[in-house]
Design a protein around this ligand. Structure first.
Ligand SMILES: NC(=O)C1=CN([C@@H]2O[C@H](COP(=O)(O)OP(=O)(O)OC[C@H]3O[C@@H](n4cnc5c(N)ncnc54)[C@H](OP(=O)(O)O)[C@@H]3O)[C@@H](O)[C@H]2O)C=CC1
Ligand SMILES: N[C@@H](CC=O)C(=O)O
Length: 431
């Protein structure tokens, strides 16, 4: 049941903020804004989302930690979360009563304690969490069930479709199902439409940054997107910065991994595949039926390094090459950045879309040259944002920021915000 937002049932009434701060300093009172305060209605339990989290790594562990230590609700509808399931490669746990912070910390630390050599060779097989159908069936019986995917598993299209058809909402940080063959991805959206359940994926592009939501807002309001230029790899942004400070390539990659910026397999970052996936997700939001193989992709490091069985050793072999390249760029007053550009020309009926992803040397005053650490930047040039693009910028990788985007998606889901019908009018709304 939806909690009431009836402030008249608050004994303090709409001015309760002022009453609540009356004993604080004078400046506190002056700064107080008189907004209605929504308090839980006695006898009406908060609406509670039941989460089943797949993956307890960098992102999953943070999702679990944040979901089990939510700040008290002061304003807005009372929404609560209960983590009832966690699944990893090495098994999982399910308890309909929910896990508290200590229990999820135990589940996460168990993973770390038992992490063995296979941690460096992450499985990307289709996820097969124990008795999947039985667990989805159990989850579907709870109120507001949400499946949260924090793995990098392949083949999740079928899992999302099954969950949605069972009436379970899906929130994902995993890009792979969104860039599967278009007909397979479409089945996910069709299942969501059929059951009226929500499928959200803000964390897949730009981690915690509001990239998908911003683009959906432009598309939904009839703007016409002409190009999207972006530095979308927190990992490659971080590595390029480190290189410019004289840090060897192999060290910068190892540090990016230890900081939780890379994909489980850093080859996916270094090959540019991760950025290509993000570009495809954005293009598909525009209604363009793009497949990964349509992206013109240049890797960040040579293909031979990516093909080597021992990536770390292979990267050491390129340390000197990259150092020399950086020195040369410095003398030219340029910076190395890794960019994606999606450009769309023409009308909705007849358009041309080009997607290019690769390393670029840019002058020091280029917006992407000013990015620090794992910062990402996305610039939307549209009919409305013609001379001054709409820019989204901030940390583009890392567990904490990504987890907050995942949980924001969960809260949007629970608050019943309308779900996107992807790519409806983006290409040329005005044509
Ligand atoms: N790190 C970041 O900054 C961001 C990451 N993402 C995305 O989030 C996802 C997770 O990334 P991250 O947390 O860094 O990765 P990790 O490698 O740290 O964690 C992955 C987790 O998924 C589990 N897992 C992997 N494969 C399977 C499988 N086939 N079946 C069941 N469980 C599986 C692992 O199990 P086990 O614990 O047993 O090893 C692990 O708990 C990825 O899809 C990534 O692209 C999105 C935005 C930003
Ligand atoms: N490995 C990715 C993480 C977010 O998607 C990146 O570095 O951007």
């Amino acid at each position: 049941m939806q909690p009431s937002r009836d402030s008249s049932r608050d004994p303090g009434g709409p001015k309760s903020d002022v009453v609540a701060t009356a004993e604080r300093s004078k400046s506190d009172v002056i700064a107080t804004v008189e907004t209605p305060k929504f308090v839980p209605v006695p006898g009406v339990p908060p609406r509670c989302g039941h989460l089943f989290v797949l993956g307890a790594g960098v992102v999953g562990a943070e999702v679990l930690a944040q979901a089990t230590s939510l700040p008290p609700i002061e304003r807005g509808p009372a929404l609560d979360l209960k983590v009832v399931g966690v699944a990893r490669r090495r098994g999982g746990a399910y308890d309909v009563r929910g896990f508290d912070r200590a229990a999820v910390a135990h589940i996460v630390s168990e993973r770390r304690a038992t992490a063995g050599s296979d941690e460096v060779a992450p499985s990307t097989n289709a996820i097969d969490f124990p008795a999947r159908s039985t667990q989805l069936e159990a989850l579907a019986r709870l109120s507001d069930p949400v499946l949260v995917d924090c793995t990098a598993a392949d083949g999740m299209e079928a899992v999302y479709e099954e969950a949605l058809l069972r009436g379970i909402h899906v929130v994902t940080a995993n890009k792979k199902a969104l860039v599967a063959r278009r007909d397979l991805t479409d089945r996910i959206f069709a299942a969501a439409a059929k059951t009226g359940r929500s499928f959200r994926y803000e964390a897949t592009v730009g981690a915690g940054l509001p990239v998908i939501g911003t683009l959906q807002g432009l598309v939904r309001t009839g703007d016409r997107v002409k190009s999207i230029e972006c530095a979308l790899s927190g990992t490659l942004g971080y590595i390029a910065n480190e290189l410019s400070k004289g840090v060897p390539l192999s060290v910068a990659v190892a540090t990016a991994k230890s900081l939780g910026y890379t994909e489980p397999d850093p080859r996916e970052d270094l090959a540019g595949t991760d950025v290509a996936r993000k570009a495809v997700i954005l293009a598909r939001e525009l209604g363009i039926p793009l497949e990964l193989e349509h992206v013109t992709l240049t890797p960040f490091v040579p293909q031979e390094a990516l093909d080597a069985p021992d990536l770390e050793a292979a990267l050491v072999g390129y340390d000197a090459t990259f150092a020399a390249r950086m020195a040369e760029l410095r003398t030219r007053g340029e910076r190395l950045v890794y960019l994606a550009r999606i450009s769309v020309e023409g009308t909705r009926a007849a358009y041309r879309c080009e997607v290019k992803v690769g390393p670029v040397a840019v002058p020091q005053d280029h917006p992407a040259a000013t990015l620090d650490g794992p910062t990402a930047l996305v610039a939307f040039t549209t009919e409305r944002y013609g001379s001054s693009p709409l820019v989204v910028r901030g940390a583009g990788a890392g567990g904490a920021v990504t987890a907050s985007a995942v949980l924001s998606d969960v809260f949007l889901t629970l608050s019943g915000a309308p779900v996107s019908s992807r790519g409806a009018r983006g290409v040329a709304a005005s044509s």
